[in-house]
Design a protein. Structure first.
Length: 114
């Protein structure tokens, strides 16, 4: 009986994987650009071809971004987005390297009970 259940679970998993991949493979393409078109746009047209919503053609220096008189609102959009992503990445790193392993240690050693 146990081998029958194991075979049934393996069969269901195989069917789920095959149907899931065919759904992805037969998905209709939309207006989204694929990676090759972005690379070709970068190589042929530069920042203007990718889009102007990030102000990709405007320069910025580290002193403008992280200087004493920081004025992030006056910086190009790409600088503001990358600054925010830097903070988000730092917080995620802190959580993933220190907080979550410490919590896992405390819970599974019995110091904290659920």
């Amino acid at each position: 009986m146990r081998s029958f259940r194991t075979a049934a679970v393996a069969g269901v998993a195989a069917i789920a994987l095959s149907l899931g991949s065919t759904t992805i493979a037969s998905a209709e393409e939309s207006d989204q650009k694929d990676l090759s078109s972005v690379f070709s746009a970068l190589s042929s047209g530069g920042p203007a071809a990718v889009g102007e919503e990030w102000d990709a053609d405007l320069p910025a220096t580290g002193n403008d971004i992280f200087g004493e008189e920081e004025s992030r609102d006056e910086q190009p959009a790409w600088v503001q987005n990358m600054y925010d992503l830097t903070w988000i990445g730092g917080i995620a790193t802190l959580l993933g390297v220190i907080v979550f392993p410490a919590y896992n240690y405390l819970v599974y050693t019995g110091v904290i009970t659920k």
